[in-house]
Write a protein that binds this ligand. Structure first.
Ligand code: PLP
Length: 436
């Protein structure tokens, strides 16, 4: 009706025009979200820069997307599966929502290879379309009544999914934090590991190692401390191991389940995205140990296994990862596939070395890199967005402002080592020139 037609800003260019509005109220949690997700904002600034300098060769070391082709031993697995789908014998429709048996078993073997003591069983592995999607599904499972803690800075999906599901209060402009979320500061001063003694209890602790954005990988001792803290407080850790394959230092665990007792307090999420360039293919997994229990939930108010609820989430709101992607995952975990992934990761590690030595040669202090594809560059006293703008304007390089990952990232810029070699070399030269 005409009474529902108002002049509003309702398109992306925010031009005013007539538009019809339904009678459905917007979810108020979405109104709490700040200015758009970080990476779309960077994309907008990049687009504006390209419009301003149409001839500039812009190098993107921002979003953190992989750039190198997937090794053919891995794509062959997907190719064969795809062709098989055109045959009577090879066709399959819906599969198990939790993932195909052979892939779950191969992921279990991966854990067993890392350490004989992880205790992960194939039935505890849930194959998915990626870690980000699993973060949202875990939030759906926890619901709006839990409190969460995040590392500050951290990968934005933990905080934003928490806001969407209604676990938070409003955004506080002054502190740049949402109320009800505990931000655990991770800075060079504390070796990028939070001061747990002064961290009030939360129900769920999101912990990412190797960390995006700081590149810091927690030591065994630090993770023992984290598990002990969770146990003392009766908290659940959601451990994001999406970059575990980048760990070079053996004293840093590749999975939280290397830590005794973790099975009672930790869920682990991981992904093929940064292992094998599967950011577009989409494949990840989540491990929920049988020992992990809610305080209540059984008919007599007894503890209830978290795995049962996560299984319910997967069967209700997910219908299994693409069978073609799963064939790719299985190929990744074959001996040749694993070798090819290590070579791919080795290539990105060399990129890290090129960037780090360039930055250090002009006196910039860098962190991360050693066990992660990200270099965390310190610009003490400067604003992250100012540094981001300066690097874009003067060197035509897209980075990520540290403050986009939380207030604790202010004064830093994240540089991703995902890039073609010639771009990384060119970026290194431009950065040296800019900061010389
Ligand atoms: N977790 C972390 C820490 C990430 O940095 C990313 C992607 O950048 C993801 C999860 C998302 O992974 P996926 O592609 O599997 O959704």
């Amino acid at each position: 009706s005409s009474q529902r037609t108002k002049v509003v800003r309702c398109d992306v260019e925010t031009k005013e025009r007539q538009c019809y509005a339904t009678q459905v109220k917007r979810n108020p949690n979405f109104a709490k979200l700040q200015a758009g997700y970080l990476f779309p904002e960077i994309g907008r600034r990049r687009a504006a820069h390209c419009a301003k300098y149409p001839d500039a060769k812009v190098i993107s070391l921002g979003i953190g997307d992989t750039t190198e082709p997937i090794p053919s031993v891995i794509t062959d697995g997907m190719k064969n599966k795809a062709h098989g789908l055109s045959t009577l014998e090879g066709y399959s429709g819906y599969g198990a929502e939790q993932g195909e048996g052979p892939l779950r078993a191969a992921i279990q073997k991966l854990y067993a290879k890392i350490s004989p003591n992880t205790g992960v069983k194939p039935s505890e592995v849930f194959v998915s379309d990626g870690a980000k999607c699993d973060i949202a599904r875990l939030q759906m499972m926890f619901g709006s009544d839990v409190t969460i803690a995040v590392q500050d800075p951290s990968y934005p999906a933990y905080v934003d999914s928490s806001v969407m599901i209604g676990q938070t209060g409003l955004y506080q402009a002054e502190s740049q934090q949402y109320s009800k979320i505990r931000y655990m500061k991770c800075t060079p001063e504390n070796d990028f590991f939070p001061d747990l003694a002064s961290t009030p209890r939360s129900d769920v602790i999101f912990f990412c190692s190797p960390n995006n954005p700081t590149g810091a990988a927690a030591t065994r001792k630090q993770l023992e401390e984290l598990v002990a803290y969770a146990k003392r407080n009766g908290s659940i850790i959601v451990y994001d191991a999406a970059y575990s394959i980048y760990i070079t230092d053996d004293s840093r665990p590749k999975t939280i389940y290397e830590i005794p007792g973790a099975r009672e307090v930790a869920i682990e999420i991981s992904s093929f995205s940064k292992f094998a360039g599967f950011t577009g293919v989409r494949l990840g997994w989540t491990v929920v140990p049988e020992e992990l229990m809610y305080a209540d939930g059984s008919p007599l108010g007894e503890p209830f296994p978290v795995i049962k609820d996560f299984n319910r989430v997967m069967t209700t709101s997910f219908n299994g990862a693409s069978n073609i992607a799963q064939a790719g995952g299985l190929a990744c975990l074959s001996d040749e596939g694993w070798k090819a992934m290590e070579e791919l990761v080795g290539f990105y590690r060399e990129n890290v070395d090129i960037l780090v030595s360039a930055l250090n040669s002009v006196g910039l202090r860098t962190y991360g890199g050693e066990n992660a594809p990200y270099v965390w560059v310190h610009f003490p006293g400067e604003s992250s967005w100012d540094v981001f703008s300066k690097i874009l304007e003067k060197a035509h390089i897209v980075t990520t402002p540290g403050s986009g990952f939380g207030p604790g990232g202010e004064g830093f810029v994240r540089i991703s080592a995902f890039g073609h070699r010639e771009n990384i070399l060119e970026a290194a030269e431009r950065l040296k020139k800019l900061f010389a």
